[in-house]
Write a protein that binds this ligand. Structure first.
Ligand code: DLL
Length: 435
């Protein structure tokens, strides 16, 4: 095992881990029962008290919490500690409603740095590394989360944030950056800008990347790794639970290890709320067992994945989850068929004939939903004969039909005509909601 930051916990025997989890869970439950009215009321309604929880397998007796609860108690109603103890506040962007506010105590920030450090270390970050953090700094947790992880390891951190992409590249080269952190879509934008500036990856010192905050496929990984000349790990998280570092890949890239000594995972049926057996695809739910400021219990993430518990070849015993292919909220229902934007990405990148930039436009004609997939051409293809392009459109159409099960209009568009992203990419324009 080359890169394991905290082997004592990351490779802990399961029996011992469950004992630790149970102790921590009980402390947290007593805390929220005492200090957060919403939990006390809801647990009473459900006829359950912290004392009824006899093991970590009893979690299902407890009520769920959702983003709506955070909104209804906006801004601080679910905090479990007085403001005296809160030392940091972050918030979600709130594009679909009131923003959700999260608070951290000093202890919470230390936990966050620890779990983020595990992810960075697994990507090859050491105290000798130079780390460029290209996630946004601010209310978004990406920048400061990755920053804290790198600092915890003792690396030299460049708090680059997003934007000013040419300067980012100059820094990558001149500052000898070894590890880069950012969203996969921003990494693609950086790779493209680098090529435009005539800078080759061989001029850089990159070895590892820590990418997340949005879904990205295996094809996208290959594209980024080969264009930037590094090996990447996927990092997952959400502000409500802590930020980046809830789970992360090891160097074997075979599922994301969940930091289970801090966050207990479950997979439920999103319709019925029933807990599903190991390996089933469903909605991911987390219970925080060490957080002080905002310890959420059975928080429904809306993210769809599966979990399994066998030991990884890397030596870690922490449960693993699949890459998140999308949120249930991102799932489009087009003419009754469920479509995830990541399925389209897989098809396009597997074919490898176009640029890796695309957008889905969903609309409605009369009562019929329509899907148009706009895909960017590469410079070479753009100069091709029209007939070649027509047959490429047909080929993409047919592949999409066989994978999605619906017919989509494919439109090849000019190179660089689809908006680039520095943060989370916007892959879907749904015009149906406007009508
Ligand atoms: O995106 C935290 C983060 C920052 C994670 C940097 C990783 C790196 P939020 O803005 O609250 O927090 O958004 C959380 O983003 O519920 C997922 O739907 C999605 N998401 C986060 N990481 C991944 C990932 C941050 N690796 C929401 N793969 C989550 C797929 C991800 N989706």
């Amino acid at each position: 095992m080359r890169y394991c930051w905290n082997p004592e916990v990351e490779c802990m025997d399961r029996e011992q881990l469950e004992k630790l989890q149970y102790e921590r869970l009980m402390t947290t439950l007593k805390n929220v029962y005492e200090h957060v009215p919403l939990y006390r009321d809801r647990m009473k309604e459900q006829g359950v008290e912290p004392g009824d929880i006899r093991s970590v397998h009893d979690l299902a007796k407890l009520p769920f919490t959702t983003k709506t609860d955070l909104r209804d108690t906006y801004p601080y109603g679910m905090f479990c500690r007085p403001m005296d103890d809160i030392v940091r506040i972050h918030a979600s962007s709130g594009t679909t409603g009131k923003q959700t506010v999260v608070g951290y105590t000093e202890h919470d920030l230390a936990v966050w740095a620890e779990v983020a450090a595990r992810a960075l270390y697994s990507a090859g970050c050491t105290k000798r590394s130079v780390v460029q953090v290209c996630y946004g700094y601010g209310l978004f947790t990406g920048g400061l989360g990755a920053h804290a992880g790198a600092e915890r390891i003792g690396a030299a951190v460049i708090p680059a944030s997003t934007g000013n992409t040419q300067r980012q590249i100059t820094m990558l080269r001149d500052f000898g950056t070894n590890i880069i952190c950012g969203t996969p879509s921003y990494m693609l934008y950086i790779a493209e800008t680098m090529e435009e500036m005539g800078i080759d990856k061989s001029e850089l010192s990159l070895v590892g990347g820590v990418f997340g905050a949005e879904p990205w496929t295996a094809g996208m990984r290959q594209e980024i790794e080969s264009r930037l000349g590094l090996r990447s790990v996927d990092i997952y998280g959400l502000s409500e639970i802590i930020g980046p570092g809830v789970s992360f890949e090891c160097e074997l890239q075979c599922g994301l290890h969940i930091n289970e000594d801090h966050f207990l995972p479950e997979i439920i049926d999103p319709q019925t709320g029933e807990v599903l057996p190991e390996g089933s695809l469903g909605e991911l739910v987390f219970t925080c067992i060490t957080k002080e400021g905002l310890p959420l219990i059975r928080y429904r993430t809306r993210d769809i994945t599966r979990i399994w518990y066998d030991k990884c070849e890397c030596g870690r015993t922490l449960a693993r989850m699949d890459k998140v292919s999308g949120r249930s909220d991102d799932m489009l229902i087009i003419r009754g068929v469920n479509v995830f934007p990541s399925q389209v990405e897989s098809v396009l990148l597997d074919m490898g004939k176009t640029a890796p930039h695309y957008v889905l436009i969903v609309d409605r004609q009369g009562t019929l939903d329509t899907l148009e997939v706009q895909v960017e051409l590469t410079d070479e293809l753009f100069s091709d004969a029209v007939r070649g392009l027509e047959s490429l459109e047909t080929e993409i159409h047919n592949r999409l039909l066989s994978v999605l099960g619906i017919s989509a209009k494919v439109k090849l568009v000019e190179p660089k005509s689809i908006a680039r992203s520095e943060g989370k990419a916007k892959r879907v324009i749904d015009r149906r909601n406007l009508k």
